[in-house]
Structures are given as C-alpha cells and as structure tokens.
Design a protein around this ligand. Structure first.
Ligand code: CLA
Ligand code: PID
Ligand code: PID
Ligand code: PID
Ligand code: PID
Ligand code: PID
Ligand code: PID
Length: 312
C-alpha cells in the first residue's frame, strides 16, 4: 500500500536519527514540562478518544509490529532493526489514517499544551542535529501520504454487552472498592517516579507482555473499554476521582477485555510486573490509604476474578 511504500522512504530519512536517540534514557519518564496532572489527563483523554476511533484490526497490527520490534533491539541505545523501524512507522501511519484528521490534531494540540517549548530543542541537542532535521523532513512527506489515505468520518461506536455475568460482578467489585479509589491520591507525581533498581530494558520486557496481551484482545471490547475511560474522565471531581457509575463501567469493560484473552497471557503480564515492582512500592501505596478500604477492594477483586475466569 501507499503508506507502506512511504514508510520505507521515511526509514531512509529517519533511521540515522533513530539510532542516535538514547531510548534507554530515564528522562522520557518525566513530564515534558511542569507537572500538570489534570492537563496531562486531558492529553491522555485525547489519545484515548483517538484510540477508540481507530480501526481495531489496525491497532492490533500496530501492537504486533511493536512486539516484533522489541525482539530486534540491539546496542546500548535500544534501537530496533531498520526493517522493524519501517514496519512500526507503516503500522502507525495506517492507524492515524483510520481516524479523522481532527482527532489527530486534538492529540497534537493537547500534548503541545503540556510541553515546555524548550523540550524539542533539548531533544535535538542530544543527537546529530542534521539527522533530526532529515528525519523531520521525512515525516512531513510521510504525513501527506497518510492524509491522502485518511478517512473523513469516525467509525461506529463499540457494542457494549449488557446483562452479562462480568457486568453483574463489576457492580459488587465497584461497591467494595470505591472507598479505596477515593483514598488514592490520583494527582500525585509519584506515578512518574522510576521503579527502584530497574533498568529500561528490564521494564520494557513487562511492557512487551502488555503489548502482546493488547494485540490478542477482542477489538470491539477494547474499543468499548477505551470509550468507558473517556466517559469516566468526563465525570472526575477536583481530586481526579470519577463517579461510582463510571467507575463500575470501567471495571466491567476491563473485566471483559481480560476475559477475551487466554489466562496465561494475563499471567505473563502479572509475573513480568511482579519481577520489576519491588514490594516496597506496593507497601508504600498501601501505607497511604485506609488499610480496611484496601483490603475490602482486594477481597472484591479476588471474587471478581472468578467471574472473569468463568467466561475466559
Ligand atoms: Mg488503566 C490497570 C490507571 C487508562 C487498561 N490502570 C490500571 C492500574 C492503575 C491504572 C490504577 C495499574 C496500577 C495498579 O494495578 O494499581 N488507567 C489508569 C489511569 C488511566 C488509565 C490513571 C488514565 C485515564 N487503562 C486506561 C486505558 C486502558 C486501561 C485507556 C485501555 C482501555 N488499566 C487497564 C488494564 C489494567 C489497568 C487492562 C489493569 O489490569 C491495571 C489494574 O488495575 O490492575 C489491578 C492497583 C489498581 C487500582 C488502584 C485500581 C483498580 C482497583 C481494583 C479493581 C481493586 C483493587 C485491588 C487491590 C487493592 C490492588 C491490586 C492487587 C494486585 C495484586 C492485582
Ligand atoms: C502544524 C503547522 C502547519 C504545518 C503542519 C503542522 C503539524 C501538525 C502535526 C504534527 C500534527 C501532529 C500529530 C501527531 C499526533 C500523534 C498522535 C498520537 C496518538 C497516540 C495514541 C496513543 C494511544 C493509545 C493506544 C490505543 C488505545 C488508547 C491509548 C484502544 C482502543 C502545527 C506540519 C501540518 C504527532 C492514540 C494506541 C495504545 C491511549 O500543523 O503549518 O507535527 O504532528 O492507550 O486505544 O486500546
Ligand atoms: C499531520 C497533519 C494533518 C494530517 C495528519 C497528520 C499526520 C500525523 C501523523 C502521521 C502522526 C504520525 C506518527 C507516526 C509515528 C511513528 C513513530 C514510530 C516509533 C517507532 C519506535 C520504534 C521502536 C523501538 C521499540 C521500543 C524501544 C525503542 C525502539 C526502548 C526503551 C501531521 C495526517 C492527521 C508515524 C519507537 C518499539 C523496539 C526505537 O497530522 O494535517 O502521519 O504519522 O527500538 O524502546 O528500547
Ligand atoms: C526542533 C526544531 C525544528 C526541527 C525539528 C526539531 C527537533 C525536535 C525533536 C528531536 C523532538 C525529539 C523528540 C524525541 C523523543 C523521544 C521519545 C522517546 C521516548 C522513550 C520512552 C522510553 C521508555 C521507557 C520504558 C518504560 C519505563 C520508562 C522508560 C518505567 C516505569 C527542535 C527537527 C523538528 C527524540 C518512553 C518504555 C522502558 C523511560 O524541533 O526546526 O530532535 O527529538 O525507561 O517505564 O520505568
Ligand atoms: C496468585 C497466587 C494464587 C492466587 C491468585 C494469584 C493472583 C494472580 C493475579 C493477580 C493475576 C493478576 C493479573 C493482572 C493483570 C493485569 C493485566 C494488565 C494488562 C494491561 C494492558 C495494557 C495495555 C495496552 C492497551 C491495549 C493496547 C496495548 C497496550 C492495542 C491493540 C499470584 C489470586 C490467583 C492484575 C494489556 C490496553 C491500551 C500495552 O495467582 O495462589 O492478582 O492479578 O497499550 O493494545 O491497542
Ligand atoms: C487472575 C487469576 C487468573 C485468572 C484471571 C485473572 C484476572 C485478572 C484480572 C481481572 C485483572 C483485572 C483488572 C481490572 C482492573 C480494573 C482497574 C480499574 C481502574 C479504574 C480506574 C478509574 C478511573 C479514573 C479515571 C482516571 C483518573 C482516576 C480515576 C486521574 C489522574 C487474577 C481471570 C486471568 C478489573 C483507574 C479513568 C477517570 C479513578 O488473573 O487465575 O479479572 O480484572 O478517576 O486519573 O485523575
Ligand atoms: C498489600 C498487602 C496485601 C493486601 C493488599 C496490598 C495493597 C496493595 C496496593 C494498594 C496496591 C496499590 C496500588 C495503587 C496504585 C495506583 C496507581 C495509580 C496510577 C495513576 C496514574 C496517574 C496519572 C497521571 C496522568 C498522566 C501524567 C502523569 C500522572 C504526565 C506526562 C500491600 C491490599 C492487596 C494505589 C498513572 C494519567 C495524568 C501521574 O498488597 O496483604 O494498597 O494500593 O499525573 O502524565 O504528566
């Protein structure tokens, strides 16, 4: 296809730049400017809306392309192979082309809003500047091909199951865990702190397992889960907490996407996360909430998982 061909040209123009970026640099965990959680949530919300509007099959292929690219990483900077670099660009170009232009621009504008104008120049200063310019010229040509292949209207909304066992179980889980949700400081910057003692390549392994899980999920249910998050963001209070109803809808939607993949795929995520999250992190989280609320939430979760497993 045209986007695939254009991605090869983009690769010619951008792979030198890709090799020069230190993908293992911890700086990428930081907010790209001053820490503004509610504005950042707005930017994430725009990404969620874009993800929800994207063609689910193309999203899965993009997830697969990322998984394959993680497998061909080499060198201290963590760069993927030239062929996989091109494949990721092609897959993302197709995802972008599957949503209306305005949804893409809304992400760009919202991210710009939380990015200090000095950040791009700083990023450029870490690589060969001429290679960054060459990559950007390549991107400008690539985007014209994407725009020429772009849909004009958004795809239909997801179909949301009703009256299913997971939906019923989600009500009980949400009742048991909403007090815990209200105890959590959602606007803290602690969630952007590095995981104690873990390197980027170690962390990437766990993210890879999530990518694999995402690529196996039922596309309609994943879209529904994204839509549920978008709705939930719309009902947050000043402390970032969504309404009980929207929280319940998120739990139901997430239970359904978990049930749409094999148990082992879920356990692979859990086990890889357990390897990188030190117990001190979990204990620290626990120390900041009412312990009875956390235990009630945990009990609810362990009951909920049986309803999920029953239809998995
Ligand atoms: Mg989420 C999970 C935040 C968008 C899909 N997501 C999580 C949690 C964290 C979070 C609260 C990971 C950390 C954790 O496990 O804490 N997501 C979060 C934010 C946003 C977002 C702030 C921004 C909008 N997510 C989002 C989108 C999608 C997902 C758009 C795609 C549709 N997210 C997704 C999945 C999962 C998460 C599939 C998880 O599996 C993970 C999670 O919650 O695992 C348990 C603990 C969890 C909480 C504090 C909230 C849930 C409370 C449960 C139901 C009960 C509590 C149990 C117990 C006390 C703690 C867990 C025990 C542990 C051993 C499992
Ligand atoms: C400017 C001035 C003009 C010239 C110009 C110009 C530049 C415009 C530009 C630009 C626009 C632009 C857009 C970019 C957009 C990037 C979008 C990224 C989206 C990320 C997402 C992430 C996610 C996920 C995911 C799916 C999940 C949801 C999420 C589901 C269902 C200024 C040059 C024209 C770069 C969507 C993918 C996992 C949130 O206009 O004169 O330069 O760049 O998890 O969804 O699972
Ligand atoms: C524009 C203007 C509108 C019209 C429009 C428009 C286009 C927007 C577009 C577009 C946005 C867009 C984005 C693309 C992004 C591509 C990103 C590629 C990333 C590849 C990576 C590969 C890798 C790895 C990996 C992880 C490793 C690092 C690596 C670590 C820690 C402008 C059309 C709407 C194409 C990251 C995965 C292995 C490097 O908006 O008018 O057309 O395209 O090895 O991580 O090691
Ligand atoms: C300039 C002037 C214009 C021309 C121009 C120009 C240059 C702009 C530039 C540039 C922008 C730019 C951006 C870059 C962005 C790189 C982003 C990389 C992200 C990597 C991540 C990696 C990671 C992980 C991971 C998970 C870990 C955290 C991490 C935990 C909990 C100035 C040329 C356009 C290079 C996210 C995945 C392992 C961080 O605009 O005239 O030159 O470069 O370890 O999670 O640990
Ligand atoms: C234990 C001991 C027994 C008792 C027990 C027990 C507990 C087991 C547990 C537990 C398992 C468990 C699993 C959990 C799994 C969470 C999985 C999260 C996945 C997140 C993903 C994120 C993503 C995306 C997304 C889609 C994108 C890709 C990504 C596309 C196509 C120990 C109690 C049984 C909590 C997948 C969603 C946006 C990466 O066994 O005696 O307690 O918890 O962006 O994909 O866009
Ligand atoms: C288990 C054992 C195996 C069998 C199995 C199994 C099950 C795994 C499961 C499962 C995992 C799982 C995960 C679930 C996670 C739910 C998470 C809900 C999060 C809700 C949020 C709501 C909100 C917001 C929002 C953003 C705001 C904050 C809030 C800010 C900054 C165990 C079946 C495989 C259900 C986060 C979105 C508005 C609070 O593995 O043997 O069954 O379920 O307002 O952000 O303000
Ligand atoms: C313990 C002992 C057992 C019993 C038990 C127990 C407790 C475990 C616990 C607990 C785990 C736990 C986890 C919590 C996790 C909360 C996660 C919240 C994530 C929020 C995010 C928000 C955000 C943003 C956002 C984007 C911004 C950055 C942020 C930028 C660039 C010990 C009870 C099981 C509470 C990610 C989205 C706005 C940070 O196990 O016997 O009690 O709690 O602002 O991006 O700015």
């Amino acid at each position: 296809d045209q986007i695939g061909d254009a991605a090869k040209k983009l690769g010619d123009a951008s792979y030198d730049f890709a090799k020069e970026v230190d993908w293992n640099n911890g700086v990428f965990l930081q907010a790209p400017g001053s820490f503004q959680p509610l504005k950042a949530l707005k930017a994430i919300d725009k990404m969620i809306e874009m993800g929800a509007a994207a063609d689910p099959e193309l999203l899965k292929k993009a997830a697969d392309a990322h998984h394959k690219a993680i497998g061909s990483i080499s060198g201290p900077n963590g760069v993927t192979s030239r062929a996989d670099w091109d494949a990721v660009n092609a897959a993302l170009g197709r995802v972008v082309a599957s949503v209306p232009k305005q949804k893409v621009m809304d992400v760009y504008d919202a991210v710009k809003d939380i990015t200090d104008p000095k950040v791009p120049a700083y990023m450029k200063s870490l690589v060969n500047g001429a290679d960054a310019e060459k990559a950007y010229q390549g991107f400008l040509e690539f985007k014209d091909v994407v725009a020429a292949n772009q849909v004009a209207t958004a795809s239909a909304a997801a179909t949301v199951p009703t009256g299913d066992k997971i939906g019923t179980a989600a009500k009980a889980l949400s009742d048991a865990s909403y007090p815990f949700i209200k105890d959590i400081d959602w606007l803290s910057d602690i969630y952007l702190k590095p995981l104690p003692g873990k390197t980027a390549p170690e962390t990437l392994k766990a993210i890879d397992k999530m990518i694999v899980m995402g690529s196996k999920m039922d596309g309609n249910l994943l879209k529904a889960a994204a839509e549920a998050h978008h709705k939930a963001i719309g009902s947050i209070d000043a402390k970032g907490v969504t309404s009980p109803e929207d929280y319940e809808a998120v739990n139901a939607a997430l239970g359904r996407i978990v049930a749409s993949v094999p148990k082992q795929t879920v356990m692979d995520v859990y086990n890889s996360m357990a390897k990188i999250v030190d117990p001190s992190v979990t204990n620290n989280m626990f120390s900041k909430v009412n312990p009875l609320d956390a235990l009630s939430a945990a009990k609810g979760f362990y009951t909920f998982k049986d309803a999920v497993e029953a239809v998995q």
